[in-house]
Design a protein around this ligand. Structure first.
Ligand code: HSE
Length: 428
C-alpha cells in the first residue's frame, strides 16, 4: 500500500487553520489527485487552548517548532510562523538537515535566507516549496518556474501588497487622508504586526526579490531592491494623478539590464486604463513579460485564509505527487550573484512641489531643473494654499539619479515650502 504523506504544521494562525480545513474537508479529493493519503501527524502554535474553530484532537501537540521539525513521524514540515529569524528559521533549518521536505509561506525568511536554505535543501535531497510566500493565492511561483520555463523573462511588475493597494484605492474612493485610511485599515486588521512591513514596501520587496531570483536565475538579493513606501502620498497626489489619467500604486518592477538587476518597490503612477491601474482594494496583480509568451497578467487574492491556504496545499500536493523541482527554478548552486543596479531605465516623473507664492519662484525652480536636463512635459499650478503655491510638473523621460541631483539642489532656491516629492510614471 502507498505510504501516507505525514505533515507537521507549525503556526495555527489564519493560514494554518485554512490549511487544516482543506486537509480535513477534502481528504478524498487530495487522495484522488495525489494517490496518497495526506495526514497531519502533529501541530504546534503559541497557544494550545485557544479556540480556532477546528478540531485538533486527533493530532499530536508539539511544544515548539524545533521539536516538531525533529519528529520522526513527519515527512513535510509546514512553516506558517513568519519572521526571518528565530523559531521559523531554526525549525526550517533543522527540518532540512533531517532531510525532510519543507513548505513555507514565509517571504521574509526566503528574502533574507532563501539562497542558503535552497543550497542546503538541494544538498540534502529535501524539497523546499513556497507558493504562498508571494501574492497569496495567485500561483505565480508555479507560473514562473514551470509554465513559463521556456521563456527568457524581460520584466516582472506587480502590486504585491494588498494592504497598500487597499489604502491607496480607498483614499481615492473616499477622499479621506492617508492617516484616516491607515487607521481604518488598522481597525480592519489589514496591517501586519509591524505596519512598516506593509506601508514601507518591505513585505512587497521580499516578494519581488523572490520572483527576481526565479525569473533571472540569480541569487535572491533583497538588499538590492530600491525601496520606498506609500506614507508620503497625499490625497491631493491621488486626485491630481487621476486628473492626468493615472493612478498611484505601490509597484514592484524587476528587470535585467546591461548594468545589472534593477529591482524597485516604490509608489508609481500607472495609466488608469491599464490592468494595474484598474486594480481595486486588497487584490494583488503580477504582470510577467516573457520573450515567447508576451505579457501574462495574474490577478487574485494576495492574502486571507482560503487563498493563502490554497497555495500552501498546492505545494503539499506537489510533494505528495513526487514532484521535485529546483527551489528557485534551477539548482541553487548555479544561480548567479545578482549585481544590483540603481534604476537606470529612464522614465517620466511626477514632481510635486509647494512654493512660496512670490515673483520669480517658478523661474528659479525651472532654472535648476534645466541645469540637470530635466525637461518639463506638463505643468500645473493649483489653487493657492495661503501664501503657498502647489505646483505639479510631469517631466519627459529622465534618469532617476539626474532627477535626484536636481531635487537636492532645489532647496538652494529658497522658494520651497516643503521637500518636493517625485513619483515615477511607469510604462505598463
Ligand atoms: N500584508 C500582506 C498584504 C499580507 O497586505 O498583502 C500578505 O503578505
Amino acid at each position: 500500500m502507498t505510504k501516507p504523506l505525514r505533515l507537521g504544521i507549525a503556526g495555527l494562525g489564519t493560514v494554518g487553520v485554512g490549511v487544516i480545513k482543506i486537509i480535513q474537508n477534502k481528504l478524498s479529493l487530495l487522495k484522488a489527485r495525489t494517490g496518497k493519503q495526506i495526514l497531519i501527524s502533529a501541530v504546534t502554535a503559541k497557544s494550545k487552548t485557544k479556540d480556532r474553530g477546528i478540531d485538533l484532537s486527533s493530532y499530536q501537540w508539539e511544544r515548539d517548532p524545533v521539536s516538531l521539525a525533529n519528529r520522526e513521524d513527519i515527512d513535510v514540515f509546514i512553516e506558517l510562523i513568519g519572521g526571518h529569524e528565530g523559531a521559523a528559521k531554526e525549525a526550517v533549518e533543522i527540518a532540512i538537515s533531517k532531510g525532510k521536505n519543507v513548505v513555507t509561506a514565509n517571504k521574509a525568511l526566503l528574502a533574507h535566507h532563501g539562497h542558503e536554505l535552497a543550497l542546503k535543501a538541494e544538498e540534502n535531497g529535501s524539497i523546499l516549496r513556497f507558493e504562498a510566500a508571494v501574492a497569496g493565492g495567485i500561483p505565480v511561483i508555479k507560473s514562473l518556474s514551470e509554465g513559463l520555463a521556456g521563456n527568457s523573462i524581460n520584466r516582472i511588475m506587480g502590486v504585491m501588497n494588498g494592504t497598500c493597494n487597499y489604502i491607496l484605492t480607498r483614499m481615492e474612493s473616499s477622499g479621506l487622508s492617508y492617516e484616516e485610511v491607515f487607521s481604518e485599515a488598522n481597525e480592519l486588521g489589514y496591517l501586519e504586526a509591524d505596519p512598516n512591513l506593509d506601508i514601507g514596501g518591505i513585505d512587497a520587496a521580499h516578494k519581488l526579490s523572490i520572483l527576481s531570483s526565479i525569473a533571472f536565475g540569480t541569487e535572491i538579493n533583497f538588499n538590492g531592491v530600491e525601496l520606498d513606501g506609500i506614507d508620503k502620498i497625499t490625497i491631493n497626489d491621488i486626485h491630481q494623478a487621476a486628473d492626468m489619467g493615472f493612478r498611484i500604486k505601490l509597484l514592484g518592477v524587476s528587470q535585467m539590464t546591461s548594468s545589472g538587476l534593477e529591482q524597485r518597490m516604490s509608489p508609481c503612477l500607472v495609466p488608469t486604463r491599464s490592468p494595474l491601474g484598474q486594480l481595486e482594494g486588497g487584490t494583488n496583480m503580477i504582470v510577467i513579460e516573457g520573450d515567447q509568451v508576451g505579457q501574462i497578467v495574474l490577478r487574485g487574492a494576495g492574502a486571507g485564509e482560503g487563498p493563502t491556504a490554497s497555495a500552501v496545499v498546492s505545494d503539499i500536493i506537489d510533494i505528495a505527487r513526487g514532484i521535485s523541482l529546483a527551489t528557485f527554478g534551477q539548482p541553487a548552486k548555479t544561480l548567479k550573484k545578482a549585481s544590483s543596479s540603481k534604476s537606470q531605465t529612464p522614465a517620466p516623473y511626477y514632481l510635486r512641489m509647494l512654493l512660496h507664492d512670490e515673483p520669480g519662484a517658478l523661474a528659479k525652480i525651472t532654472k535648476i531643473l534645466s541645469q540637470f536636463n530635466v525637461s518639463i512635459d506638463r505643468m500645473r499650478q493649483y489653487g493657492h494654499e495661503d501664501e503657498n503655491a502647489p505646483v505639479l510638473i510631469v517631466t519627459h523621460e529622465i534618469k532617476h539619479e539626474d532627477l535626484m541631483t536636481a531635487i537636492q539642489e532645489l532647496p538652494n532656491t529658497q522658494v520651497l515650502k516643503a521637500q518636493p516629492l517625485a513619483i515615477r510614471i511607469e510604462a505598463v
